[in-house]
Structures are given as C-alpha cells and as structure tokens.
Write a protein that binds this ligand. Structure first.
Ligand code: MG
Ligand code: ZN
Length: 376
C-alpha cells in the first residue's frame, strides 16, 4: 500500500513538473517591437562621458541588462563600421568595407529583408547620410562602402518604411542623371527635404522619408539641434501607427560620435554622445509605456582610444601632478580600437543580452527575442 502511494506520489510529481515546464515556456515574453540604437565609435569611455558632462541623469543609467561584444571583423582585429553593422544586420562576420555581403562578396539577407514580408515595419535614422555604412548595412548590398549612389538605388528597392538623415545628392545629383526622389515617391513615400514634420501631418503616407542634407547632417554643435531625438520620436510614432496589426524594427544611429573620435575632438565627441543619449531617452520612454518593445543600445566599435583622463597640471613650484578633480578627454589614435563594446538592453527578452559574446549575436538574439524568424 505504501509502495502504491509512493508510485502515485511520484506520478503526481512528474505531472506537476511537466506542467511547470510547459507553463514557463508559454510565459517567455516575446518582444513585439525592437529599437536598436547604435553609437558609432562608442565605447565605455564615450558612454562614461555622459555621466560627467551631461547636465541631467544619463539615459544609459536606466538599463539593467548589460553585456559586452567582441567586434572584430572576419579579416581584421579592428573592424570598420561596414563590417560592424553587417554583423548586427545579417548575423555574419565579413571584411572591412563590406555592406550586406559576406567574405566571398555574395549577398546576405538583412534583418529588414527578413522581417518586412512578415508585416513588420522597418526604419533607419542616422546623423550621417542615410547611405553611410551603418544605416546602409540594414538595406543595401555593395562590395565597398564608398558606392553611395549604388546604395541609394538599393534604398529605392528596399522595404524600408521610414528613414531620416542626410544624403540627398546620392538620390538626385547622380552621375547617371537619374532622380531617385521620383522613384521613392512612386513607391508611396512622402518626402520632406527641409525639416522633420509632425506625426499628424504625415501619418496618411504609407512610407516617409526625411532627407535633410546634401551629404551628412551638421554636427549638433553646428546647428543640427534636436534632430536625432525628434526623428526617433517621429519614426517610432510612424512605424507604430497601426499598433494592432503590425510590429516594427528601427535602427537609430548616433553617427558622429565616431567622427569626434577620428578628429580627436573631445567636445565634438561628447556633444554627439549627449545627443545620442537624448534619443535613447525617447526610445526608453516609449518602451516603458508600450511594454512590448525591446530597446538595445550598442556600438559598432570604439574610435579614438578615448579616455577620461585626469588633467595634467603643475604646482607653483613647477612640479607636475594629475588633478583628479578635473577630467580631460584624451585620445590614443585617430582610428578605431579593438576594445570590447557594451550592450544595454531593456524590455521583453532583454536578459538574453547580458554576457560576453560576438557582435553577430546581436542579430541572432533579436530574432530569438522577437520570434520573428518563426512568423509567416
Ligand atoms: Mg556610422
Ligand atoms: Zn570610424
């Protein structure tokens, strides 16, 4: 009798544990939308600068899941932005300069191409031209990042629903004489080449393009204003307008943090970083209200070997010392560096982004966090 009870008890235990397992699987939260913010050339010192130089609390401080990525490309220890963004957009390591193509120059599918047929709206925003390496890697395929006019053609043929940035001349002042702005219009794009509008004015368009500079946008310190956080807000509103029936993916790049690093100009770098942090704030505010949106912030690589050093000073007697009360941004290179890059994640599926892994995992982890690969 005791034996029989024991079997029943074990059976019950097995049943209960089975049920628990199933229950957990069902409850794994999947993200409906993904906002990927890329700080070009943004390593830990760049991020840290917001904690010392931003007047308000940095939005970087609002994340709980934090990881690190190795950003090396297929052929170089130190990546460029093309191979770096192709790793995020397509999940493969490729050579420096490659946009949406593998090591053997064959085309690889981008996240935008994979999810667009599944009724997932897509967008890209940059403070460079929209044909620059980072945004281009999400919709274009060229063997060399400098082929801006070819990249512009790929934008016309892509399924992108919203974009904002510079690069007008690659659409309408081309060597082949074509005006691709007409082609964009024919595809249903509302086009504004002057300024960001407001959502109510543009929501009737099926697609929207803001092409606000001939080439790159101005630096924030030279008149760009709040373009990046504003475009982030507008892009999210636009892609989320049919909230019930569609999901969205948007990539937002702080392009010029990298350029401040290349120029070894700490003021340029920090002002661009603070602007990028404002865009992160807009994304997080939306995600907090929405509850179904995964926000990821990372960088393609570090630029400048940037450090928040103490300021070298001399006493009245002429003795050198380091003033620990005053930070000076210093650099060790005018190029990129190989340092691991932080990843910040918020929202459903964010736990999967902690740990140390390769940059290509960003793509695979997004696909897992959303279940987009299993959708029809
Ligand atoms: Mg870039
Ligand atoms: Zn760079």
């Amino acid at each position: 009798m005791i034996y029989k009870n024991a079997i029943l008890f074990l059976l019950l235990l097995t049943l209960l544990s089975c049920k628990t397992t199933v229950h957990t699987d069902e409850n794994l939260e999947k993200a409906k939308n993904v906002i990927l913010l890329i700080g070009d050339g943004t390593g830990l010192s760049q991020i840290s600068s917001a904690f010392y130089f931003k007047e308000t609390s940095p939005n970087f401080a609002r994340f709980n899941s934090i990881g690190l990525i190795n950003t090396s490309s297929s052929q170089q220890n130190i990546t460029d932005s093309a191979a770096g963004a192709t790793a995020f957009a397509s999940g493969i390591k490729t050579y420096n300069g490659a946009i949406g193509v593998a090591n053997d120059s064959s085309e690889v599918k981008t996240l935008v191409e994979i999810v667009s047929p599944k009724n997932i709206k897509t967008g890209v925003i940059a403070t460079s031209s929209i044909q620059h390496a980072t945004p281009a890697s999400f919709y274009a395929h060229v063997i060399n990042r400098g082929l801006y006019e070819d990249i512009a053609v790929d934008m016309v043929h892509s399924d992108i629903d919203f974009f904002a940035g510079g690069g007008r001349k690659f659409f309408n002042k081309r060597k082949d004489g074509q005006n691709l702005l007409g082609d964009l219009e024919a595809k249903g794009f509302g086009i504004d080449t002057l300024a960001l509008g407001n959502f109510e004015e543009v929501k009737q368009y099926s697609k929207m393009a803001y092409i606000l500079a001939e080439d790159s946008m101005d630096p924030v310190a030279k008149g760009r204003g709040d373009f990046l956080p504003k475009a982030t807000e507008l892009g999210i509103q636009f892609l989320n307008k049919d909230e019930e029936h569609s999901n969205f993916f948007i990539m937002i790049e702080g392009s010029q943090i990298d350029w401040g690093g290349h120029a070894n100009d700490a003021d340029y770098l920090i002002s661009e970083l603070i602007d990028f942090d404002d865009a992160i704030g807009v994304a997080l505010d939306f995600a907090e209200k929405d509850g179904n949106t995964l926000v990821l912030v990372t960088g393609d690589h570090e630029t400048g070997g940037f450090t928040l050093s103490s300021t070298p000073k001399q006493t009245e007697e002429g003795k050198s010392y380091s003033d620990y009360n005053e930070i000076t941004g210093t650099f060790s290179t005018t190029g990129h560096s190989a340092t691991l890059i932080p990843v910040f994640a918020y929202g459903p599926g964010s736990e999967a982004f902690s740990g140390v892994y390769e940059n290509t995992e960003i793509f695979h982890k997004i696909m897992e966090a959303t279940n987009w690969s299993n959708r029809d």
